[in-house]
Every structure is written in C-alpha cells, then in structure tokens.
Design a protein around this ligand. Structure first.
Ligand SMILES: Nc1ncnc2c1ncn2[C@@H]1O[C@H](COP(=O)(O)OP(=O)(O)O)[C@@H](O)[C@H]1O
Ligand SMILES: [Mg+2]
Length: 341
C-alpha cells in the first residue's frame, strides 16, 4: 500500500450509524482525514455534528448501539497497518493499543478514572505499564511531578486520594496527566479544557505542544475555541451533520474560509486578535433533526447562497487551493464563474 510516511492514522469514507428503537441515525456519513506525525489537527463544528463519535471511532470506544457501516480506520503502528475498524472494541488488541499507542482525553473525566483506586495508583500503573517509569518509587515521583505540572495543589498528598476527593477540574487534570504520561503516538483530546480556567488551559496546551515536538505525537484536538485553533492547529477540519465540509492547512482555512458554514462559524465565535471590534453573529437557524435530514447539502436550509441544486445531493469535494478542500455547490459555481470569465 502506498502510504505517506508521516500519516499515523488514516480515516477513509467512515460511515457510523446509531440504532435506537428501530430508528437509524446516520451520524457519520463518509468522513475522511489523516492524522500526521508531530501535527495537531483540530475538528470544529456545532454540537451534535459527530466530533465525539469520530474520536471514539478511532479509539474503538463506540457504544454497543452503534455500528461502523462502511469505510476504514487504519493505524500505522510499529511497522504495521492496523485496521481499527475490524478490531473487537473490548478485545485484547484494542485494549493494548489504547494507552500504549493511542490515548484519549475525554470531555467527562469521570469516564476515565476508576473510583476504587487512588489517583496516584492509576497514574503509576499507566507509567509502569507503558515503560514511563523504572520502578514503583520512580513512578510515584513522576506522578507527583505530573500532578504538580497540572497545577494540582499539594500533589504529594493528592496522589494518595481517590477520584471522588477531587473536584471535576482536578480529575480532568489528573486524567490529562495520565494520558500524557504514556507518551502515546496518537493523542485524541475531546474538548479537554472546556471546564478549566485559562492558566491551566495554557499549561495543558503547552504539554501537548511538548508531546508533539519531543515525541512526534499526532494530536487530534476537538475544540469550540477558534483562538485555540488559530494558535495550535496545523490542520483543521470543519464538520457539519456527519460530513467534513471544509478542511486543510489551518491558516488557509481560517484566513480564506470558503464554505458558508465555516464563515458563519468564524463569525459566531470570538477570535483572538480580532479585538473587541469583532461583531459576533450567531449562525442562523439550527441543526436539522438527524432523523429528518435535508436531501442534499445538510447546511442548505440555513445557507444564504442555497439554490435548488443544493438539494440534489451532497456536494463533491473541490479544491480551494492546494491542500484546502471544500464541499459546497456555491463554491463550485463561483469557481466555474471565475474560470469562464
Ligand atoms: N450514545 C449515543 N446514543 C445515541 N445517539 C448518539 C450517541 N452518541 C452520539 N449520538 C448521536 O450522534 C450525534 C453526534 O454526536 P457527537 O459526536 O457526540 O456530537 P459532537 O459533535 O457534539 O461531539 C448526536 O447528535 C446524536 O444524535
Ligand atoms: Mg462531543
């Protein structure tokens, strides 16, 4: 198989359905992207568009009521191409990959820490299992250091406490410490800092950058914060209702957004550097009912540029410039117009 040496995870034409009371929700409808060594890719998009489902698919953590219908997820690890979509979600292979090859920071820290063990014990285990520490004593030293780096006060004492003795923000930080301690090849962070204050946020991003640079970790970062995207992302993918509608080099997408949805999203969120002058414009309308979707482009009902053509089907991918893709009939029409001028 031809493969770019820098690609660590390749997601191709991924379709994921959820089955609820005989109803089928087609949550991912052909998602494709690549995570590259030592690069941060950000996924942005309104809530409910499939960001977490994308992340969970890569980690083999989809719930039982969901199914990968079509497409593939390939993880290039230790010289092998591992088809994650074919592994058993709770099987031995998948469990081994999680933590060792891939780690995830969740939105909800309670899902990642085990209530019956002390926080320190859990970080120690992660360090020892993944050869991050040479002995239990060494592991404890490193766990304390990690908690300290995460801004947890009295780390020597805290390391002996149980998750329920931690506040939500502290559990979140402990979990991040645990995920980072394994120095994984792939780190997936699903809105990791939403509930944390800005100083801690900055520290966590600092650690991510360090992991990316010293360990060549490929990072998938899901965030609502365009300021974070502008500062950290190498690549960005904009998702809407189960499709990536625009993607490419972060600078290109942020400075030359071409999909009306991307433009609307950028206008609706404060962007660092645009100052107080920036007028925030909420995106008109709301996301469609997933069980009663529009026929063609999912954004058409909310789009100022929509024409009957937009209801004929999902627009094909077209290139805005090299490495910058957009799926929009309006963009295609504009391009054709320019070509005919
Ligand atoms: N556990 C679940 N059970 C049923 N439906 C789900 C579940 N998780 C996600 N979905 C469906 O998938 C859609 C995408 O969810 P998600 O990926 O969590 O969105 P987000 O982009 O906000 O992370 C949701 O709108 C919902 O319809
Ligand atoms: Mg989510």
């Amino acid at each position: 198989m031809e493969r770019n040496q820098d690609v660590v995870v390749k997601v191709e034409d991924l379709h994921v359905n959820f089955y609820n009371n005989d109803r089928c929700n087609k949550v991912l409808r052909g998602v494709s992207f690549e995570l590259k060594k030592g690069k941060i890719m950000c996924i942005v998009g309104e809530s409910g568009c499939g960001k977490s489902v994308t992340a969970n698919s890569i980690m083999g953590l989809l719930p039982d009521l969901s199914r990968i219908e079509k497409g593939s997820i390939t993880f290039h690890y230790q010289g092998e191409d591992i088809r994650i979509d074919r592994l058993k979600r709770k099987g031995k292979e998948m469990r081994k990959l999680r933590g060792e090859g891939m780690a995830m920071i969740f939105q909800d820290p309670m899902t990642a820490l085990n209530p019956v063990f002390t926080v320190g014990y859990q970080i120690n285990e992660a360090l020892l299992y993944h050869n991050g520490a040479s002995s239990r004593k060494d592991a404890t030293k490193k766990s304390i250091q990690l908690l300290k780096e995460m801004g947890i006060p009295l780390p020597k004492q805290r390391v002996k406490e149980y998750p329920h003795q931690f506040s939500g923000g502290m559990s979140q930080r402990a979990m991040i410490a645990m995920a980072m301690s394994c120095r994984p090849k792939v780190l997936i962070a699903d809105e990791p800092t939403t509930a944390l204050d800005v100083t801690i946020q900055a520290q966590i991003f600092e650690l991510m950058l360090d992991l990316k640079e010293t360990n060549d970790t490929a990072i998938l970062l899901i965030t609502h914060d365009m300021g974070v995207v502008a500062e950290l992302a190498d690549d960005v993918a904009v998702m809407y209702m189960g499709n990536i509608v625009e993607s490419g080099d972060a600078r290109a997408v942020l400075t030359r957004p071409s999909h009306p949805y991307t433009k609307a999203l950028l206008d609706s969120i404060p962007v660092l550097g645009r100052g107080r002058e920036q007028k925030l414009e909420p995106i008109k309308g709301s996301t469609p009912d997933p069980y009663n979707r529009p026929a063609g482009c999912q954004f058409a009902p909310r789009c100022a540029y929509a024409t009957p053509e937009c209801e004929t089907g999902m627009p094909p991918e077209s290139m805005v410039e090299e490495g910058h893709m957009c799926r929009c009939f309006h963009h295609l029409r504009k391009k054709e117009g320019e070509a005919n001028d």
